[in-house]
Design a protein around this ligand. Structure first.
Ligand code: GDP
Ligand code: GDP
Length: 436
């Protein structure tokens, strides 16, 4: 279980520069395969052996100079509600602005750890300039330069020291698989779960922001027991404009990190939009299983091609990770809801499967022999052996004489072959090439 750290502050103080510095190193290791970088606002970081997730709230504000103050206030409030710790970034070049004071007012009342980072302290002279930030009333501050990284070590030392200890989810004995229903407000998540559970114990209304906290329901179907996790209720503090992109991402992060399979609900009448893409990307980034449900299908006028066309459009949006079940459902008419669950169970099984090493070599080596990696600078790359690693999510390693010469297109080729020959539908996989 990860702590969530939110970076807040007004535009141009250097939040994204600092954010990139935080997630850089780890991303280079983790994002070995697809290299999808659609969303630069969320990532994982590690310091002194402690892992945490980072969200750059500023990345969700479009436009820079004339942002509504209200927007920033809402984002700070949301960060306060949802994050475990907050890094408030200010800019020594500009000094204290009225907006900084407003943010500080909000943060002073917070009981979670708040670290004040005075950024752009590029030289010793500016260290002195930073003193004025004491007047924000947030106590001790850290002088940093996000650009060079100077000072960030001290800040991170403090951060990991003050992050709360979270209960280890793994300590549970035989935890049930968690299927988490995610999606934009009003996509139909509560309706879907209500329809499955078959009792109206949740209030579903037309007004966004009326349901309760996220709820786990233990569910038994197909001789298979699992937890169905509803995230609809986490919009309860509806001070926030419901369609804010940041809003749904922030609220989804924790739920997604704990899921085994994310059931992403989209509203057929609205299509697959950037919020959906963000949530999809979060699931992929966390190596979770994914099933996409196009809900409210009852509202769509159909001729025979509509579902196919609709599906093709979604697959285009989720490239390159397109090997994902997409189902057209209606929570209202209960159309294909059990099929949807079956798909989630299948994805769960796919994600868990282990391919015996000998069988895996028998399958992959002839393919590789037939289409070896292209020679580079006259050097031939030989892959001798491969195996699935004993990891929680599917990872495969291919041992080669010159692994560093294997390029992205060949990795993709291998991934495609793997997906052709084994069922990894809905499951992100990692492929590594290593020295044998
Ligand atoms: P954000 O809007 O808060 O995310 O700010 P950005 O990260 O986009 O940075 C805004 C500007 O400040 C950019 O031009 C950065 O290059 C610059 N900047 C960021 N960090 C530093 C720093 O440590 N020193 C200096 N001098 N400039 C910085
Ligand atoms: P949530 O915010 O994702 O939990 O969405 P809700 O379950 O609260 O649904 C939002 C609205 O969409 C409610 O008015 C539901 O009645 C309606 N709705 C949900 N699923 C369907 C569906 O399959 N068809 C139609 N026509 N309406 C639906």
């Amino acid at each position: 279980m990860n702590n969530i750290v939110a970076i807040v502050g007004r535009p141009n103080v250097g939040k994204s520069t600092f954010f990139n510095r935080l997630i850089q190193r780890r991303d280079a290791i983790v994002d070995s395969v697809s290299g999808v970088t659609r969303d630069r606002n969320y990532g994982k970081s590690e310091w002194n052996g402690k892992q945490f997730s980072v969200i750059d709230t500023g990345g969700y504000i479009v436009g820079s100079d004339d942002v509504f103050e209200g927007e920033i206030r809402r984002q700070v409030q949301l960060a306060i509600d949802e994050a475990d710790a907050i890094i408030f970034v200010v800019d020594v070049e500009e000094g204290i602005t009225p907006m900084d004071m407003e943010v500080a007012n909000l943060l002073r009342k917070v009981e979670k750890p708040v670290l004040l980072a005075v950024n752009k302290v590029d030289n010793a002279m500016r260290v002195a300039d930073a003193v004025e930030f004491y007047s924000l009333g947030l106590g001790e501050y850290f002088t940093i330069a996000g650009m060079s990284g100077s000072g960030t070590g001290e800040l991170l030392d403090k951060l990991v020291e003050v992050l709360p200890e979270l209960p280890e989810a793994e300590e549970e004995e035989n935890p049930l698989p968690r299927f988490t229903v995610v999606g934009r407000p009003n996509a139909g998540k509560s309706s879907f779960i209500n329809a499955l559970i078959g009792e109206d114990r949740f209030v579903v209304t037309d007004i966004a922001g009326t349901t309760r906290d996220a709820i786990d329901t233990t569910y038994n179907r197909f001789g298979f027991e699992f937890k169905l996790v509803d995230t609809a209720g986490i919009r309860r503090k509806a001070k926030v404009k419901e369609d804010l992109e940041f809003y749904s991402v922030m609220r989804s992060v924790r739920a997604i990190e704990h899921a085994d399979v994310c059931i992403l609900m989209i509203d057929a009448t609205r299509g697959f939009e950037s919020q959906d893409q963000n949530i999809f990307w979060l699931a992929q980034k966390n190596r979770k299983g994914v099933v996409i449900l196009v809900n409210k299908w009852d509202l769509i006028e159909k001729d025979t091609m509509t579902a196919k066309q609709y599906e093709a459009k979604i697959r285009k949006e989720i490239e390159p990770f397109t090997d994902v079940p997409i189902l057209f459902v209606s929570a209202l008419t209960k159309q294909r809801l059990l099929k949807a669950l079956e798909a989630a169970v299948e994805v769960f099984e796919n994600r868990k499967q282990r391919i015996p090493t000998s069988k895996f070599n028998e399958m992959m080596l002839p393919i590789i022999e037939h289409t070896p990696p292209p020679a580079i600078k006259g050097k031939y790359i030989k892959i001798k052996y491969c195996m699935q690693l004993p990891t929680a999510t599917p990872q495969f390693v291919f041992f080669a004489n010159l692994p560093q010469y294997v390029k992205e297109p060949y990795k993709r080729f291998i991934e495609n072959k793997l997906r052709e020959n084994y069922n990894f539908s809905g499951v992100p996989i990692d492929i590594y090439f290593r020295q044998k």
